[in-house]
Write a protein that binds this ligand. Structure first.
Ligand SMILES: C[S@@+](CC[C@H](N)C(=O)[O-])C[C@H]1O[C@@H](n2cnc3c(N)ncnc32)[C@H](O)[C@@H]1O
Length: 274
């Protein structure tokens, strides 16, 4: 399989076009090393002789299994607990109090391995314990992602090693997890609050219902301006009046002020549906 990892310019462009079309992810130029390192395992696991065979499988009518494996391998699933901590404070202090008396619906739209949706449940529990939210505060969290392997870990809710505890305080680790020394596992009470579903943001999402808050952090940066605009318009329609959207802290919304109004609360930003 030595020649298997040779990637021609044409094959690189074909893989880049496929990712843009099917997942919205733009690779840009000069990412050949990334494609080779991430797709080498796909070639091996599926017994493909080289990138020429893989590119054939990506054509219309090709192998669904290979297509899914390619998207899965090419997504960047980097995440950690309570990432952009200000967002969780804004969630429980500024947004959720208005949902008291009914079931609040929160969507983590690029949930990756689950740290984001579970952090939402932990932040709500901390707010209930400190009296910021009422004891009977009711809510549901939906976690979606295009990556089957990331979602499998999210559903297992088990995290190992140093990367697995990144972002947690010792107190949070003790309060929200079962801990066997090597790995931590989210307690059942929090797992029950989160439902996971494989979902591509390029697809229609009317059937997911309406939400009070959407987290879509650190994914739209990979998309073209047109795709980003399309998704933001659909988020706008999916939010209840007064609903709000969180983006990653380095992402901008300046060209979409007709859809969302920026609110600053301390060090964090939230985008309120106009
Ligand atoms: C960098 S992670 C961000 C995770 C989390 N939101 C955070 O900020 O920590 C980006 C996630 O977006 C997902 N993703 C990429 N393209 C997607 C698409 N078209 N539809 C749904 N999820 C997508 C990836 O699988 C990955 O898990």
């Amino acid at each position: 399989m030595k020649g298997a990892t040779f990637l021609s310019e044409e094959q690189y462009q074909a893989i880049a076009r496929y990712l843009e079309r099917c997942a919205g992810i733009r690779l840009g130029d000069g990412k050949e090393y990334l494609v080779v390192s991430r797709l080498r395992g796909v070639l091996q696991r599926h017994g493909l002789a080289g990138f020429d065979v893989l590119v054939q499988a990506l054509q219309a009518g090709g192998s669904r299994v290979i297509q899914t494996a390619v998207v899965d391998a090419m997504t960047t699933n980097e995440t950690f607990w309570f990432r952009d901590a200000a967002h969780y404070r804004i969630l429980v202090e500024q947004l959720l109090p208005a949902c008291t008396g009914r079931t609040a619906r929160i969507w983590s739209a690029a949930a990756s391995t689950g740290q984001e949706p579970y952090s939402i449940t932990f932040a709500i529990q901390e707010a209930v314990l400190s009296g910021r939210l009422p004891r009977n505060f009711d809510y549901q969290v939906l976690g979606t992602d295009i990556s089957p392997s990331a979602l499998a870990q999210a559903e297992a809710a088990r995290y190992c090693g140093l990367a697995g505890v990144r972002g947690l305080t010792l107190e949070q680790r003790q309060r929200f997890f079962l801990d066997d020394g090597d790995c931590i596992e989210v307690q059942a009470a929090y797992r029950r609050r989160v439902r996971f579903r494989l979902f591509n943001l390029l697809d229609a999402f009317d059937h997911l219902g309406r939400f009070d808050v959407i987290f879509c952090r650190n994914v739209l940066i990979y998309f073209s301006q047109e795709r980003k605009r399309d998704i933001l318009e659909r988020f706008h329609r999916a939010l209840n009046p007064g609903g709000a959207l969180f983006l990653g802290s380095t992402e901008s919304m300046s060209e979409h002020a007709d859809l969302f109004e920026m609110e600053r609360h301390g060090t964090g930003l939230v985008y309120r549906r106009c």
